[in-house]
Ligand binder design. Structure first.
Ligand code: FUC
Length: 758
C-alpha cells in the first residue's frame, strides 16, 4: 500500500477481481471464454457432457501470396480521378476510380478458424454445482461441476512458453473420466489417429479466386493417469481415468508475406513432442509465470466488484452503474492484448486471434483506417509496450508491398497502404473507392509506431521505425496537391463517410492533413535524433507548414472536409469521427493549447452523437476524456459496458464481435485517469464523480514514466512517478501545476490536491 492511500483494496491482481465467471456453459460463441498465447488460441465453451475448444492459429488465412494490382490502376488513371475531383465532379470521379483504381481481386483474404476439438464425456449421472471461469491473472479457463461420487475439473491454457494449447481434466472422489476426443475442421484437411495422437494435415482454403498456398497441421495428444487411451476410428478414447492431459499443437507453413515454404507438419510434431516431455505441473507453472510477467505490471481498482456472475453484471450495467465493471473491462482488454499479440506473432486482427468462421465479418482482417490502430491504443498506457512488436513487423512487410503500390498506381517514391491489409500485406485500394481509396493507412500506422517510441524511448525502436516513417513521408512528398487552402491529398476520402455531393471521394479531408502533420513532424524529429537526412527533414518541415490548416465551419464544428460540407452530409451521426484524429489519438488539438479548435471538436462530437458501433463508442469516450469531460466520457462508457455493446464473455459487440472496442474502451479508461505528452503529465484529467475512490497502478505515460495513482472523494491522494530516464516534467492536477526534475528509477511522490511533494 502507498502511504496515505485510501483504504480500498489494493489494485494487486490475483484476487477474485480478475475473474470472469458463469453458472452455465456457453451456448453461443460470444459466451465462450478466450485463451491465447498471441499465436494460437481457443474459445472454451465449458460444456458438461460435451466440451468444445474452437481453435485458431494466427497465420491461417485464405489464399496465398498474391499481387492485387489492377492493370488499369496507373498514375494516369489517378490523375484523371484527381482532375474530376478538382472539377467538383465527385460521382464521376468515384465511378472512374471504381473501374480503374480498385484492386483485383476487389477484396482481400480472410482470417479463418482452424477447427474444433470436441470432448464428449460420459458422466456417471447428472451434473450439479456448475461453474466456469476465466482467471485473467493466470490465463486459465476452468470448468468445474459435481457428478455422483466426486467432481470433474477441466483447466485450459494456451502456453506462450511451450506453444501448445493444453487441457487438463481431473476427476475427484470416485468419479472417473470417460471421454472421446474428435476433431472437426472446415479446412481442406484429413484427420488420422496414430496411437494416442490425432494428426490433422492439409491446406488452407482459396479466397477471392486466389489459390491456397499454406500447408496446415495440427497434432493432438492425450495421456491419462489411471485408465487407458485407445483409438476408435479417427477418435481418441480415454476410459476410466483419474486425470488426463490433452495437448494441441497447431502450425501452418507461413513464413512471411511471400514465403509459404515452412514445415507445418514438422513444426506441429516438434512442438507436441517437446510438450509431451513436460509434466502438466511444469507446463502450467511456466505458463502462469510468463503471463504474469506482463499481466501484473498494471491494474485498476475502482471499488469492490459485484458478487454476481459476469454475464449478470453486464446485464445489470444498463440499469445501475458498477465502477468495478469498468476496472474488469480494463483488465480484460490487457489480458486480450497479451493473448493475441506477443513479440513474434501476427498483430491482433479485427477479432484478435479468435474467430470461428471461414467467412468472418470483414474477413477478420486488418482494417487500418481506425481498427488496427485502435487495437494498439492500450499497449503503452497499459504497460504492454512489447505487445506492439507485431505491429512493427506488419508495417515493415506492408512497406514492401506498399512501395510497389506507390510506384505502380501513383508513380511515386516511398510506400503507401490504403484502408485494409491481410496476412499477405496487400496494400492497394480494395472494396470500392468509398472505403478503399484512402492513401493514409500506412501513415497512420507509422504514427502509432512513433507513439510507441514516445512512451518507451527505446533507441533501437526509433532506428527500426525511421526507414518506415521516411518511406511513408516520401510518398506524400511526391503526391501532395496544391489547393487554395494549402497542400492536400487527392484522391482520398474521409473514412468511410459520404459528403453532400453523392460520393465519398474528395481532396484534402481533415484527417489526412492531421495524420500528415504528425507524420512529417515525427519523421523529421526522428531524422534529427538519428542525425540522418537533414535536408529531407527540412523539406518535411516546410511541407508541413504548407498543409491546409484545420478549419472551423459555420456551425462552429471542426470541418471534416476542406470545404464546409458537414451540415449537408447525409449521415450526421456517422460512426467514424476521422476529423477528430487531431484530438485523439493525435495531440494537435488540446483545450489549453488550441481552445478554439477544441471547442469546434466538441461541436463535431455533439453532432455525431454518443451512440455508435463498439469501436466508435470507445473512440468517443477517449475524445470526451481529451476534452476533460469525465461525466460525458463515463456516460458513454456505461453504454459500452451494457449488453448492446458487450457480449456475455465481455467481447465487444460492434456488433458482431470486433476486438477494437475492447482495446479502445480500455485505452479510453486510461485516458480518463492520465494524459501525457510534450513533457507534461495530466493526472485525473477526466475523473467522473461515480469513481469516488480508486487506484491505478503501473500506467505508462509518454516520456517513459510509470505512474501509480490513488484518489478518494474524487480528489488525488497520492501520485507516484517512476521515470525510465531523466527528464523535466510538468505535472498537472486540475489547476495545480508542478515542475519536476525526474531521475531514472527514482520515484517522485506527490500528494494532492496541491501536488505537494511527499
Ligand atoms: C470499418 C468500419 C466498420 C467496421 C470495419 C471492420 O470499415 O467502418 O464499422 O469496423 O471497419
Amino acid at each position: 500500500m502507498l502511504a496515505g492511500a485510501p483504504a480500498v483494496q489494493a489494485a494487486v491482481p490475483g484476487g477474485e477481481r480478475d475473474l470472469l465467471w458463469y453458472r452455465a456453459p456457453a451456448r453461443a460463441w460470444t459466451e465462450a471464454l478466450p485463451i491465447g498465447n498471441g499465436r494460437i488460441g481457443a474459445m472454451v465453451f465449458g460444456g458438461i457432457a460435451s466440451e468444445r475448444l474452437q481453435l485458431n492459429e494466427d497465420t491461417l488465412w485464405s489464399g496465398g501470396p498474391y499481387d492485387p494490382h489492377n492493370p488499369a490502376a496507373t498514375p494516369q488513371a489517378v490523375e484523371q480521378v484527381r482532375r474530376l475531383i478538382a472539377a467538383g465532379r465527385f460521382a464521376q470521379a468515384e465511378a472512374l476510380a471504381d473501374e480503374t483504381l480498385i484492386a483485383r481481386p476487389r477484396g482481400q483474404m480472410a482470417y479463418q478458424t482452424f477447427g474444433d476439438l470436441h470432448l464428449d464425456m460420459r458422466l456417471g449421472g447428472g451434473a450439479s454445482d456448475y461453474r466456469r471461469a476465466l482467471d485473467l491473472d493466470r490465463a486459465i479457463a476452468t470448468t468445474r461441476f459435481s457428478v455422483p461420487g466426486g467432481a470433474i475439473v477441466r483447466e485450459a491454457l494456451a502456453s506462450p512458453v511451450d506453444q501448445v494449447i493444453a487441457l487438463r481434466l481431473t476427476a475427484t472422489g470416485t468419479a472417473r473420466l470417460d471421454v472421446t476426443l474428435r476433431f472437426e475442421t472446415p479446412q481442406d484437411a484429413t484427420i488420422a489417429a496414430h496411437g494416442d495422437e490425432l494428426h490433422v494435415d492439409g491446406r488452407n482454403l482459396p479466397g477471392e479466386g486466389i489459390a491456397p498456398a499454406l500447408r496446415i497441421a495440427a497434432r493432438i495428444a492425450v495421456t491419462s493417469e489411471g485408465g487407458v487411451v485407445r483409438t476408435e476410428g479417427v477418435r481418441l478414447v480415454v476410459e476410466d481415468a483419474r486425470a488426463a492431459t490433452v495437448l494441441v499443437a497447431l502450425a501452418t507453413s507461413h513464413r512471411g508475406p511471400s514465403d509459404t515454404s515452412g514445415d507445418a507438419e514438422g513444426e506441429a510434431a516438434h512442438r507436441l513432442a517437446a510438450a509431451r516431455n513436460r509434466s502438466w505441473a511444469a507446463l502450467r507453472r511456466d505458463h502462469v509465470a510468463a503471463h504474469r510477467r506482463l499481466y501484473r505490471r498494471c491494474g485498476l481498482d475502482l471499488g469492490p466488484p459485484s458478487l454476481l456472475p459476469t454475464d449478470a453484471r453486464i446485464a445489470a450495467a444498463a440499469q445501475a452503474d458498477e465502477p468495478a465493471l469498468a476496472a474488469l473491462y480494463f483488465a480484460y482488454a490487457r489480458y486480450l492484448l497479451i493473448c493475441s499479440s506477443r513479440p513474434g506473432t501476427q498483430p491482433a486482427n479485427l477479432q484478435g486471434i479468435w474467430n470461428e468462421s471461414t467467412a468472418p465479418p470483414w474477413g477478420s482482417k486488418y482494417t487500418i483506417n481506425i481498427n488496427t490502430e485502435m487495437n494498439y491504443w492500450l499497449a503503452d498506457p497499459g504497460n504492454l509496450g512489447e505487445c506492439a512488436e507485431p505491429l512493427l513487423r506488419l508495417v515493415r512487410e506492408l512497406a514492401l508491398s506498399g512501395a510497389k503500390t506507390a510506384r505502380e498506381v501513383y508513380g511515386a517514391r516511398g510506400w503507401v497502404a490504403h484502408h485494409n491489409t491481410d496476412l499477405w500485406r496487400a496494400s492497394h485500394p480494395i472494396d470500392g473507392p468509398a472505403w478503399g481509396l484512402w492513401p493514409m493507412g500506412g501513415a497512420w500506422l507509422c504514427n502509432a509506431l512513433w507513439d510507441r517510441w514516445d512512451h518507451g524511448r527505446d533507441d533501437a525502436w526509433l532506428a527500426a521505425i525511421y526507414p518506415l516513417l521516411r518511406g511513408a513521408a516520401e510518398f506524400f512528398v511526391d503526391t501532395l496537391q496544391p489547393s487554395p487552402a494549402g497542400l492536400v491529398t487527392s484522391p482520398s476520402i474521409s473514412p468511410e463517410n459520404r459528403h453532400p455531393f453523392g460520393a465519398s471521394v474528395c481532396a484534402g479531408p481533415a484527417i489526412d492533413r492531421q495524420i500528415l502533420r504528425d507524420l512529417f513532424e515525427r519523421t523529421a524529429d526522428a531524422a534529427d535524433r538519428l542525425q540522418a537526412d537533414a535536408s529531407f527533414a527540412r523539406q518535411l518541415r516546410d511541407l508541413r507548414s504548407r498543409l491546409a490548416p484545420d478549419r472551423i465551419g459555420k456551425a462552429g464544428q471542426l470541418q471534416e472536409w476542406l470545404e464546409d460540407w458537414d451540415e449537408a452530409a447525409p449521415e450526421p451521426d456517422h460512426r467514424h469521427v476521422s476529423h477528430l484524429y487531431a484530438l485523439y489519438p493525435g495531440r494537435q488539438i488540446d483545450p489549453d493549447r488550441t481552445p478554439d479548435l477544441a471547442a469546434a471538436a466538441r461541436v463535431s462530437l455533439e453532432r455525431r452523437g454518443d451512440q455508435s458501433t463498439g469501436w466508435a463508442t470507445a473512440w468517443r469516450i477517449a475524445l470526451w476524456a481529451r476534452l476533460r469531460d469525465g461525466e460525458r466520457a463515463h456516460r458513454i462508457l456505461r453504454a459500452l459496458l451494457a449488453p448492446a455493446r458487450t457480449y456475455p464473455n465481455m467481447f465487444d459487440a460492434h456488433p458482431p464481435f470486433q476486438i477494437d472496442g475492447n482495446f479502445g474502451g480500455a485505452s479510453a479508461i486510461a485516458e480518463m485517469l492520465l494524459q501525457s505528452g510534450g513533457g507534461a503529465l495530466h493526472l485525473l484529467p477526466a475523473l467522473p464523480a461515480a469513481w469516488t475512490q480508486g487506484r491505478a497502478r503501473g500506467l505508462v505515460a509518454r516520456g517513459g514514466i510509470v505512474v501509480d495513482l490513488a484518489w478518494r472523494h474524487g480528489a488525488l491522494a497520492e501520485a507516484r512517478l517512476v521515470p525510465m530516464r531523466a527528464q523535466a516534467c510538468d505535472v498537472r492536477l486540475g489547476q495545480a501545476m508542478r515542475r519536476l526534475a525526474l531521475e531514472p528509477g527514482r520515484a517522485a511522490v506527490l500528494r494532492g490536491p496541491g501536488l505537494d511533494p511527499a
